[in-house]
Write a protein that binds this ligand. Structure first.
Ligand SMILES: Cc1cc2nc3c(=O)[nH]c(=O)nc-3n(C[C@H](O)[C@H](O)[C@H](O)COP(=O)(O)OP(=O)(O)OC[C@H]3O[C@@H](n4cnc5c(N)ncnc54)[C@H](O)[C@@H]3O)c2cc1C
Length: 440
């Protein structure tokens, strides 16, 4: 994959974010207890949690913190993982599955508590999160099990029928079969959250080097040495937090990792701010994600735009013309908006793994890797950072509520673009059939 330009791409979030803090000036020789490579939520949260435990962390970020998925996402804070305890139990056992789900269930709490503790200026609103079923089958197979799981774990989740879903969306008739609402979720300005995490980390003593891609990673006795342009960082431990941008444009930092993920594009558009005639749209300001395999996700921003996202074959520099499918999706949901003109379009990469689960790997002693948010990461990556910090400061893997696994490579990784295209067509068909009630 070619690394696109390292300047922050034009997007709603880049245009409305809080200013970035002043980052650390590189020195020719630097040392750290833990070197963190990648300055998205995962790397920033790792470094912040390390610093709060008294460990010296230095982040190397190829562009500016938040340049990757963390500054381009939908800003929907969602508690927990996509997989249920039942789905995880088959892979990791009942107890481990329970620990994973229960711990990740606290991810939205972690995000909002960090925002409060550090007074982060990122337009965070804890307005809840809605997952809407696009037909009876996904309602039965996806929505109800998640609702039931979280109710059984003490969350005040709600099941919404079609007319309650319509009210939550602010539409006369729901295009969705039903939904469940999770009160733990909410929305925020994602690039501001990344920059504010960086500011919090700096305030705790983390050093953050922007525009400093790690070029080479080597074991050096019991520790590690990381070479970047014009500087060298020596560290006892390394956390690799490059996720969907692993291997993007520079040498592979660790052999084989790229083959364990496929980066796929998610695309978003934002309308111009909507006037008060449209205040009925998403009246509670919650984030919404639907149950399609090629899912749609939407929300309002703090200036009343409607932000709509979905899968797209478009790569890194989308144009307004590429927004046509999302404009039609907006019109389908909120006909009063017609085909709304986008004010912004942008895209980012989501890391898909073979089993669609996030993974921690430890391919060598003192090297901790996170990969595979599979499209959900505002909460998840913040929590992942907390766990990676524990691992990097010596907490035994067995005491961390997430398994350490071996990277599982995609066969025919070189043909991934073709594979993603073929699978997208197939998923589109299944989604349509389910929405029409033709799959039971
Ligand atoms: C369009 C889109 C919409 C999404 N919407 C949502 C949502 O609404 N809710 C949700 O929960 N999740 C969402 N996600 C997922 C979420 O954004 C990600 O899971 C999360 O941001 C990943 O964070 P990260 O820190 O792991 O990776 P990233 O934020 O991608 O950070 C990786 C960083 O590594 C850096 N890097 C790469 N190579 C090197 C190197 N050699 N040296 C130094 N640095 C390097 C890159 O520059 C990049 O900044 C969305 C994702 C996308 C793309």
């Amino acid at each position: 994959m070619n690394m696109p330009t390292r300047q922050l791409p034009r997007s709603l979030w880049a245009a409305t974010a809080c200013p970035a803090p002043a980052y650390t000036q590189p020195r020719a020789e630097m040392t750290a207890d833990v070197a963190v490579i990648g300055g998205g939520y995962t790397g920033l949260s790792t470094a912040l949690h390390l610093a709060r435990k008294g460990h010296k962390a230095v982040i190397l970020e190829a562009a500016e913190p938040g340049w990757g998925a963390s500054g381009r996402n939908g800003g929907q804070v969602i508690a927990g993982m996509k997989a249920t305890i039942g789905e995880l139990a088959g892979l990791f056992g009942q107890d481990a599955a329970h620990r994973m789900v229960a711990n990740m269930g606290g991810s939205a709490d972690l995000v909002f508590s960090l925002i409060e503790r550090y007074g982060m200026n990122c337009h965070a609103v804890r307005s809840g999160w809605l997952q809407a079923a696009h037909g009876p089958k996904p309602y039965r197979d996806l929505v109800v099990p998640r609702y039931e799981q979280w109710r059984s774990l003490g969350v005040a989740a709600e099941l919404l029928n079609a007319s309650e879903t319509a009210s939550a969306l602010g539409v006369a008739a729901s295009p969705y079969h039903a939904a469940w609402r999770d009160p733990r979720g909410g929305v925020l300005q994602p690039l501001s959250y990344a920059r504010e995490l960086a500011r919090a980390a700096l305030s705790e003593g983390v050093e953050i080097l922007a525009y400093t891609p790690a070029r080479r990673l080597q074991q050096d006795g019991a520790g590690w040495v990381i070479a970047a342009d014009g500087m060298t960082l020596h560290a006892g431990q390394v956390v690799l937090a490059t996720n969907a941008y692993t291997g993007a444009g520079s040498e592979s930092l660790w052999p084989g990792l790229e083959r364990a993920l496929i980066p796929v594009t998610s695309f978003q558009m934002a309308t111009h701010p909507l006037d008060e005639r449209y205040d009925h749209i998403l009246p509670a300001g919650m984030g919404v994600t639907d149950s399609r395999r090629l899912l749609l996700y939407f929300r309002r921003d703090h200036q009343k735009r409607l932000v709509m996202g979905g899968r797209s074959p478009v790569e890194d520099s989308p144009t307004f013309a590429d927004a046509a499918p999302l404009q039609r999706a907006v019109q389908g949901l909120f006909p009063e908006l017609g085909l709304p003109k986008p004010e912004f379009v942008w895209s980012g990469k989501v890391a898909i793994t073979k089993d669609r689960l996030p993974h921690i790997h430890q391919p060598a002693a003192g090297l901790h890797v996170f990969m595979g948010c599979n499209g959900r990461g505002v909460g998840l990556c913040t929590m992942m950072g907390k766990m990676l910090a524990d691992l990097a400061c010596g907490v035994p893997a067995a005491d961390v509520p997430f398994p350490v696994t071996v990277p599982d490579s995609f066969a025919l990784h070189g043909l991934r673009k073709l594979g993603v295209y073929a699978l997208s067509q197939y998923y589109r068909l299944l989604d349509k059939m389910e929405a029409a009630g033709r799959l039971r």
